[in-house]
Design a protein around this ligand. Structure first.
Ligand code: ADP
Length: 262
């Protein structure tokens, strides 16, 4: 538990640092993209080289914007719009996207045992997070394999809390995303949530996917845990708090201190 606490403080510090930089960087990017947009709209039609250059600049700026969004998500500085979400419907709604993103060699199985509770979460960000997990799973299964997304109602009790740091006991919906891929060793597992940590080749990975997922889930009052074994695959378990609100805007969740892994 001491190690978990140390790790969670470290994540907190890294979050504050990156959040500050990302926030300022995002503002600067707005200036870049805003002005590029004006340039693009007002380019004379007979200047294809200039148009290409402006297009390339815009493309780069937009990719930078995606990275800063992920950093903001990790540092919990991202504005979220929590709403009542039916997790099973959201996942089924993603199945075309998942099949297209994963390709033909990966089987996708969606397991929905019954009615899960609605959760209180930003739906777009949840889709984004699940897609990130699916892409990681794909990268871990270069020779093909199986991705399973499963949902279940669950109660995190004091026993669970005792093993972790300050998880609010209560009702959660568990979404687990499992693959049959290469898995991770303990050393990798200890760092996966840190921003910029990647084992992928330069240009392939940014190391921001899981840190974004971590920050987003934490900001949503939830909990995330990863189980992995080399050669046996990986299972990412996300716990989202059951929807409690009535109508209108959701009440902000009390902050929950989470540890990156068990
Ligand atoms: P990126 O995918 O850009 O490397 P992430 O933060 O999403 O960044 O992941 C960090 C690292 O965690 C990956 O480089 C990889 O080593 C490991 N990882 C993440 N998901 C999986 C998975 N499903 N199976 C095996 N390793 C994984």
């Amino acid at each position: 538990a001491e190690e978990a606490l140390r790790q969670s403080h470290k994540m907190e510090t890294v979050g504050q640092l990156t959040g500050g930089v990302a926030h300022d960087f995002n503002n600067l990017l707005q200036i870049v993209t805003g002005n590029l947009d004006i340039l693009q709209r007002n380019l004379p039609g007979d200047q294809p080289r200039l148009a290409r250059a402006a297009g390339a600049a815009m493309n780069g700026a937009q990719r930078a914007a995606v990275l800063t969004q992920r950093l903001l998500a990790f540092s919990r500085r991202q504005p979220l719009v929590p709403e009542r979400v039916d997790p099973d419907r959201l996942i089924v709604g993603m199945s075309d996207l998942l099949h297209r993103s994963l390709g033909e060699t990966i089987e996708v199985e969606i397991v929905q045992a019954g009615r899960v509770w609605p959760v209180e979460v930003d739906a777009n960000q949840l889709e984004n997070a699940l897609l990130n997990l699916a892409i990681n799973a794909r990268d871990a299964m270069p020779g093909g394999g199986k991705l399973t997304i499963e949902t279940a109602n669950t109660h995190l009790d004091s026993h669970y809390t005792a093993r972790d740091v300050e998880v609010t006991p209560g009702q959660y919906v568990l979404i687990s995303v499992s693959d049959t891929g290469i898995g991770m060793d303990a050393e990798t597992l200890a760092h996966v949530f840190e921003p910029f940590f990647t084992t992928k080749e330069v240009g392939r990975g940014t190391g921001l996917g899981l840190s974004m997922v971590y920050g987003f889930i934490k900001q949503s009052g939830g909990h995330v845990r990863i189980y992995s074994e080399p050669d046996h695959g990986t299972s990412v378990k996300i716990y989202l708090p059951r929807f409690r609100g009535t109508t209108g805007t959701a009440a902000p969740q009390a902050p929950v201190e989470l540890v990156p892994q068990g």
